[in-house]
Design a protein around this ligand. Structure first.
Ligand code: APR
Ligand code: PHB
Length: 389
């Protein structure tokens, strides 16, 4: 056997799993389609649940996050000038950490290099085989040469467009999907954040989000029609539209500046069941996609990694197959709760084409209820900071 666990995909899921398994003395080989530079060029969300923070601490990949990340006690939900503070610390005793996924990925790569683990970049035509045999196999092409590795298990950490999920026969997969009729136009700007905590905005013109990476780097999003293209939006047009959706007091003090990154991302909810097929296990975006409204993408990947790494350690060091046999069921229980929260935040805060005035009134009323009910705020806070593993 060439390695104990072959990991397809060198994004956050694959790297965190490799880090935890190698720390437990289990050998891995990570097979990544892209170059490291390309993986690290991806701009992704920036909110870590405290469970994810603790996973990174357990993985020994927390030093830079602790020094450069920003613990946040809460966030705001707004509807025009109605601003509701959701105080996570007061309502749940917990915080979230503002620290970009790109930084998490860079920290994981640095830790993996320090550990001397095997990460092979620019692999092509990955095939996952023999999942019902004593040893699984993964074939791939590297610099024109066909390779084959044998392993005890395969972790499919290769994202929504990867090969792992499709290795499970279509007739054995049950897929759930909701594609939202809008996208998020996001920019990064070297400007101070407009607020000390995140602001999720509902407005008659649509959703907006004011986020940040640090005191000098802001991250903003506005809901746009799926037909919009990035080139349709000048920086000036973006700032004007964003300000029109924020509470007027916040908009008035906002500092604008040139965008250093600008992109449009579609929104979908997606789950594929089961997460296991013989010796193959799906992790992270390979198994599920959430709309970014609930900031759950990376955090769900982290909880999948938590369950799978524990299952693999038990199986490979103690011969205890309990975790392996229950991984799909256990991980899906938490996945579906995060799926529901992300869907509810998205439907609660976005304007849908063709909706009647009742829909807007329902969104406003939801915010009014949050303003007046500590129970409602606590329910939102518990989901946002992350449900227990
Ligand atoms: N072979 C090898 N690698 C592949 C293949 C393949 N056939 N297909 C995809 N990959 C690689 C991609 O290049 C990517 O680097 O798998 C990796 C998957 O990483 P992500 O898509 O980031 O998924 P994941 O690691 O589960 O992280 C989830 O990333 O996309 C965000 O919002 C998402 O925050 C969430 C997080
Ligand atoms: C981000 O900072 O990119 C971000 C924060 C919270 C979200 C989505 C994205 O819900």
């Amino acid at each position: 056997m060439d390695t104990q666990v072959a990991i397809i995909g060198g994004g956050p899921s694959g790297l965190l799993l490799s880090q935890l398994l190698n720390k437990a003395g289990i050998s891995t080989i990570v097979l990544e389609r892209s170059t490291r530079e390309h993986v690290l060029s991806r701009i992704r969300a920036g909110i870590l649940e405290w469970g994810t923070v603790e996973m990174l601490r357990k993985a020994g990949v927390n030093l830079r996050m602790e020094s450069e990340g920003f613990p946040h006690d809460g966030c705001y939900m707004t509807d025009e000038d109605l601003m509701v503070h959701i105080d996570f610390k007061e309502l749940t005793g917990k915080q979230v950490m503002v620290y970009g996924q790109t930084e998490v990925t860079a920290d994981l790569y640095a830790a993996q290099d320090a550990m001397g683990t095997q990460i092979i970049h620019e692999v092509e035509d990955v095939k996952i085989l023999d999942l019902d045999q004593e040893e699984a196999a993964v074939e791939y092409t590297l610099k024109g040469e066909r390779k084959r590795i044998t392993c005890a298990y395969v972790a499919g950490c290769d994202g929504f467009h990867g090969v792992s999920r499709k290795t499970i026969p279509e007739e054995k997969r049950r897929e759930f999907e909701r594609v939202y009729p809008f996208g998020w136009l996001g920019i990064l700007s070297e400007t101070p954040p407009c607020n000390d905590e995140l602001i999720y905005c509902n407005s008659p013109r649509g959703f907006a989000l004011a986020s940040m990476r640090n005191a000098k780097l802001s991250r903003y999003y506005i809901q746009v029609p799926l037909t919009d293209k990035v080139e349709d939006w000048s920086d000036e047009a973006f700032w004007e539209e964003l300000k029109s959706r924020l509470p007027s007091e916040t908009a008035a003090k906002m500092q604008t500046g040139p965008s250093i990154e600008k992109s449009i991302a579609p929104l979908r909810s997606f789950v594929s069941e089961p997460l296991r097929w013989g010796r193959l296990f799906l992790v992270g975006d390979a198994a599920h996609i959430v709309p970014p409204t609930g900031a759950k993408g990376l955090n769900l990947a982290a909880s999948d990694v938590h369950y799978l790494h524990e299952a693999l350690v038990d199986a490979l060091t103690k011969g205890d197959m309990t975790g392996i046999d229950t991984y799909s069921e256990v991980a899906l229980k938490r996945i579906w709760k995060a799926m529901r929260f992300s869907w509810s935040m998205t439907t609660m805060m976005h304007r849908f084409d063709g909706e009647d005035e009742f829909a807007g009134a329902m969104r406003r009323s939801t915010l009014e209820h949050l303003a007046s009910s500590e129970t409602a705020r606590r329910e939102l806070a518990e989901n946002y900071i992350g449900l227990p593993y």
